[in-house]
Every structure is written in structure tokens, then in C-alpha cells.
Design a protein. Structure first.
Length: 200
């Protein structure tokens, strides 16, 4: 028996008896992997604009520094519609006093120009936020605790099959503190964003 006949005999053996299930499993895994590779239903993003906002608001002469992290997650639940969550964390110092802002919310988006998570979107968020100054959320210390609501519109532009950029504008209505309003990069009023993320 030459090498060619030996190879063909062993190849046919794979499709007989119990061994044919190995080929079936391999084919299913390959096909499933291909489907999931094309069908991206989730996305996570981080906002570079908020990061730079924190650096711009920092002032070494006044012992003020902010490090801002703004992130979001969304999942497509139907053609043109997604739901998700958002998390904002700002750390730093205000006049050499410890500062922290924390915002957590849920959001929903509608993509009128695409059945997937790309192009123009209109969204809304509802959440809860708090600000701590010197470890205290009391009003007299410059802190606050309360809900927030936001409307957002933007454009999600895919750069590759998985990476995208997302410029957007939003309007946020939230509690604030008159003692620290304008001094900190808290999310309130009109806000620009430039998110960079990936879908999976």
C-alpha cells in the first residue's frame, strides 16, 4: 500500500463509526466561530475627552489635580436598539483636599441609519451619582448624592472590524454643589465626548 492509499484509507475511517462525530464537532465549532466573529453584539468604550478634561482642569499652583475615567458598555438587543451601562470615576485633589466623583447609570440607544451598532445614534441615560470632598458627601463639605438624567447623540465610526471611534454630544441634568460647581469636571450641562472602543 503506497502513501496515497494509506492516507485515503485513514481519511475514510474518520467518517465511519464513532469517529465521524469528531469531524462533525470540528465542523460545528468552525462554523460557530465564524458566525460569532461576524455577529458582534457587544461594545465597550472609554472616553478620551474626559481624560483630557481632567488634565486641563488640574492646576499645580492651586494643588488641584483630576484623573477622569469615563467608560460604557452596550449590548444589541434588537435591530437598531441597544441597552447598556456607564461608569464615570474622577479622582484627585481640590486645593490639596481629596476629591472623588462616581456616577453609575443605565443607557439605551437607537440607531436610525443602521440595524447594527454603527453610524448615527440617539440615546438616553438614567443613573445615580455622588461627589466626595475630603471623604465626605455632605453639602457643607462640597459633596452631594443624587440621581442624574442625560440625552446623547453621536456617530459611531468603525475603524476596523472591532475598533471604533465615537464622537458625541450630550446634555446632563444632575445635582451639584454651589461650592464646587465650575471647579471640578463633574458631568453637568452640555458635554462633549470622544470615545474609543472595541466590539466583540
Amino acid at each position: 500500500m503506497d502513501k496515497k492509499e494509506f492516507f485515503m484509507k485513514n481519511l475514510l475511517t474518520l467518517f465511519r463509526g464513532k469517529n465521524h462525530w469528531i469531524c462533525v464537532v470540528v465542523l460545528v465549532l468552525v462554523c460557530t466561530g465564524a458566525v460569532f466573529a461576524q455577529d458582534k453584539k457587544n461594545a465597550i468604550a472609554f472616553d478620551g475627552f474626559h481624560l483630557f478634561r481632567g488634565f486641563i482642569a488640574s492646576d499645580s499652583d492651586a494643588d488641584t489635580f483630576f484623573f477622569c475615567i469615563a467608560s460604557s458598555f452596550e449590548r444589541q438587543v434588537a435591530p437598531r436598539y441597544t441597552v447598556g451601562a456607564e461608569l464615570d470615576m474622577f479622582f484627585g485633589n481640590v486645593y490639596d483636599v481629596g476629591y472623588m466623583y462616581l456616577g453609575m447609570g443605565v443607557n439605551s440607544r437607537f440607531y436610525p441609519m443602521s440595524e447594527n451598532m454603527d453610524k448615527l445614534f440617539l440615546g438616553a441615560s438614567l443613573g445615580f451619582n455622588m461627589q466626595f470632598v475630603d471623604g465626605k458627601a455632605k453639602t457643607e463639605n462640597g459633596g452631594f448624592v443624587g440621581p442624574y438624567i442625560a440625552l446623547r447623540t453621536g456617530y459611531k465610526l468603525p475603524l476596523t472590524k472591532t475598533i471604533f471611534v465615537e464622537p458625541s454630544m450630550s446634555y446632563t441634568y444632575s445635582k451639584s454643589n454651589e461650592f464646587t460647581y465650575g471647579m471640578t469636571p463633574q458631568n453637568m450641562g452640555w458635554q462633549a465626548a470622544l470615545r474609543i472602543g472595541f466590539s466583540f
